[in-house]
Design a protein around this ligand. Structure first.
Ligand SMILES: C[S@@+](CC[C@H](N)C(=O)[O-])C[C@H]1O[C@@H](n2cnc3c(N)ncnc32)[C@H](O)[C@@H]1O
Length: 197
């Protein structure tokens, strides 16, 4: 909890989440899913577009803050907060039109399970956008905060995701991958995987 408190400002709102929501463009009437929603950096801008959002979040205090936030900003009627993980969302099959995950892939305990769960919950043609910022790139503005420490072996709690491995797992699960690689989003280097169910 203390570790995450340090990152509270970036978890409240982030340009990367804004860009992800803009790129996946949830529409009014659609159901979107934010995987590892945290305290709502992606869920909140998505809900403001008028779509419904299922916010999957395994950490209780994150869910509590997100719950307060959705009530404070009066989008709680459109946001369902779910105790789940990428690997087990508990969401019904083919019920989601658009799903994204920002900076959570490195937490997934099983890539294969996360990928097959995504393919299960997405409606045919449903879109997905998976983004992990590349803190290992010295050009990333937070390289000193995360990447450099990691290179020194101080930060063991996350590993770098290989976009090709994710793309391979998605293809094997039946999704159509339209992009997998390192690119920039909101001016930051990131591992990006974009696909359709
Ligand atoms: C760095 S935060 C990012 C939160 C949010 N997506 C954002 O961009 O602000 C990582 C989040 O992933 C969640 N998480 C941890 N394990 C997870 C899993 N297996 N599946 C989905 N989310 C997970 C954590 O509880 C945390 O809220």
């Amino acid at each position: 909890m203390l570790r995450y408190l340090r990152f509270a400002p970036e978890l409240w709102t982030s340009e990367v989440n804004d860009a992800v929501v803009a790129r996946i463009a949830p529409q009014r009437g659609e159901t979107a899913m934010d995987i590892g929603a945290g305290i709502g950096a992606g869920t909140m801008p998505a809900a403001k577009t008028g779509c419904s959002v299922v916010a999957i979040e395994p950490t209780p205090y994150m869910r509590r803050i997100l719950g307060l936030r959705t009530r404070l900003f009066r989008v709680n009627d459109r946001v369902r907060i779910v105790d789940g993980t990428a690997e087990a969302t508990t969401v019904s099959a083919t019920s989601i039109d658009a799903a994204w995950a920002v900076n959570t892939m490195h937490h997934w305990t099983s890539l294969r399970d996360g990928v097959s769960e995504l393919v299960r919950v997405l409606a045919p043609g449903g879109r997905m956008l998976l983004v992990d910022e590349d803190f290992d790139d010295p050009a990333h503005p937070d390289f000193e905060k995360f990447g450099a420490k990691r290179a020194e072996g101080h930060e063991h709690h996350f590993h770098t995701v290989d976009p090709d491995v994710v793309a391979e797992a998605l293809t094997a699960a039946g999704a159509t991958v339209t992009f997998a690689g390192i690119d920039h989003i909101a001016g930051r280097p990131a591992i990006i995987i974009e696909a359709k169910a």
